[in-house]
Design a protein around this ligand. Structure first.
Ligand code: FAD
Length: 490
């Protein structure tokens, strides 16, 4: 497994293909440092005695110990550990740990490449391609990101109906040595600090949409691939240091006639499997949210409780209500993920077909529990922010900037008036409110809310998954029986 320094050295040697604010930047540019620091935590974790049992796994390919973010889940216990690792690491960085998108895509492609080969009766070698690539990915302890979301153009039109056919990434040329793809994937988290990009389709695809049913992996600096990156960094601090100085990035990934050799292609043309791949990545990713959203809930609980303490309102009934509400969502989200792991297996819930054996034996979390958990926590995002705003009052919105707080000419005045709870040193109160602002009242905090709401699919997508997969007919029959409409035989 790599050290943080080795990971950074890998980034240093990559081709510059990232645009930010009008410039072509290197991967180790200072604007990327906060995000790299967060990613670094996933490398440090494997040798940390407190967490290494969660952060490492045994590769089913090589039998070697690998970083869990490169692993294909082989058991329900693996999924439990993935969830607990995610919660623990997200608590350390106070937000997204960034490396799960690649891991979730790895697990989805593993199953789909196998099933597509099976359906093609040995005429394709997608799974062998994938296993070879995965072996390289695991042995080199690489960071993957997942490029699923397409630009999508006119929302109510299918890929094949778009006036510009590139609105969904597609194969534009089939060659003897590989394929050429065109299109643009959007909002791709951490692509600018990843080694590899895993591409999967966004949505269900019709029979005439085989060109969009494509999955592959390319290095994040592949020839023809252009990244346009947006960073979301916490405000710079000089005087009041943080426990963690983190940040995030998202990229538009423009594939301008990118060549992908066949050995890196994991699906090409099978529209049914393309549709299932879209569903399966979303499923694995929604399960990952049962680790990260509870961690965020832990942070929000601490923020609300301390804001109440510092405001001297900790004994009021509305504070109790807020704390109970945040804790409820946090632990129900965790419980749903835990249950989804417990009910996992080498099978998949397919709308209209029920639970069917699926993939080469790796474990897939239960879909209903993954979706209800993600939906619950996703819908709560802005309400949680509203509750934090309620407890804080207007303080965070107009809090002085750090340089004013440290300016000797006004520092004493500010400290006098910022003192709310006489039992807490004012320096501590200032640090707390500056962090509260980081999490609720900055540009980066707003972006974070959007990610927490839409990432893995907007709540409406989970509602569709829940209602199309839940056995509602069985519940109708239950009520009919209870109401005396049906007898016991139905
Ligand atoms: C910070 C952040 C990070 C992200 N990271 C990643 C990542 O790493 N990888 C990745 O692949 N994706 C990522 N995403 C993308 C995320 O999965 C999408 O934002 C989400 O699926 C919603 O898609 P969209 O943004 O295109 O919204 P849109 O589809 O544009 O939704 C806008 C509105 O239109 C509605 N709508 C859209 N289509 C239809 C339709 N056919 N019929 C009726 N109504 C419709 C929606 O319900 C919604 O109300 C990220 C998003 C964010 C915000």
């Amino acid at each position: 497994m790599r050290s943080v320094e080795e990971y950074k050295e890998g980034l240093r040697t990559m081709r510059s293909n990232i645009y930010f604010n009008g410039n072509l930047i290197d991967r180790l540019d200072e604007v990327q440092e906060p995000a790299i620091r967060v990613m670094g935590v996933t490398f440090d974790a494997v040798s940390d005695p407190e967490i290494s049992h969660l952060a490492t796994a045994t590769s089913h390919l090589s039998g070697e110990t690998i970083n869990r973010f490169c692993h294909v889940h082989q058991s329900a216990e693996d999924l439990h550990r993935k969830q607990d690792m995610t919660r623990a690491l997200c608590r350390r960085v106070g937000g997204c740990i960034q490396r799960c998108m690649g891991a979730d895509a790895v697990n989805a492609v593993n199953a789909i490449s196998y099933e597509a080969d099976k359906a093609n009766q040995g005429n394709t070698e997608y799974h062998a391609n994938f296993r070879n690539w995965l072996d390289y990915f695991q042995k080199n302890d690489l960071v993957g990101c997942c490029a699923q979301t397409d630009m999508k153009g006119e929302r109510l039109k299918r890929p094949a109906q778009q006036s510009d056919p590139d609105m969904y990434l597609r194969v534009v040329e089939n060659r003897s040595d590989g394929i050429v793809v065109n299109g643009c994937k959007v909002h791709i988290s951490e692509a600018s600090i990843a080694d590899e990009v895993l591409v999967v389709p966004t949505r269900a695809l019709g029979k005439d949409e085989g060109e969009y049913a494509v999955s592959f992996a390319v290095p994040a600096d592949q020839e023809g691939l252009i990244q346009v990156m947006t960073p979301h960094n916490a405000r710079q601090r000089e005087h009041y240091s943080r426990g963690m100085q983190g940040g995030y990035t998202d990229s538009y990934l423009i594939f301008d006639n990118v060549f992908v050799p066949w050995e890196r292609v994991f699906l090409c043309g099978e529209n049914d499997h393309g549709s299932l791949l879209a569903l399966l990545f979303a499923l694995f990713h929604r399960h990952s949210y049962s680790g990260c959203k509870p961690a965020l809930g832990d942070v929000y609980t601490g923020l609300a409780a301390l804001a109440a303490d510092y405001n001297g309102i900790e004994k009021t009934s509305h504070v109790r209500q807020v704390l109970a509400e945040i804790i409820k969502v946090t632990e129900l989200g965790y419980a749903a993920g835990y249950t989804a792991s417990d009910l996992s297996g080498p099978r998949l819930q397919i709308p209209g077909m029920g639970q069917v054996p699926f993939g080469p034996g790796a474990y897939i979390p239960d879909s209903i529990y993954s979706n209800v958990g993600r939906c619950l926590t996703g819908e709560a995002v802005f309400h949680e922010q509203e509750m934090l705003c309620d407890i804080a009052g207007g303080f965070p919105a107009t809090f002085p900037f750090e340089a004013d707080l440290a300016n000797p000419r006004i520092k004493a005045h500010l400290e006098k008036y910022l003192q709310r709870n006489p039992d807490v040193p004012v320096e501590e109160q200032i640090k707390f409110w500056l962090y509260f602002i980081d999490m609720t009242c900055t540009g980066a905090a707003s972006v974070f809310n959007y990610g927490n709401y839409h990432g893995g699919g907007s709540p409406v997508m989970e509602q569709i998954a829940i209602t199309s997969q839940y056995d509602i007919a069985e519940r109708k029959n239950l009520v009919k029986a209870l109401a005396g409409i049906l007898n016991e035989e139905g």
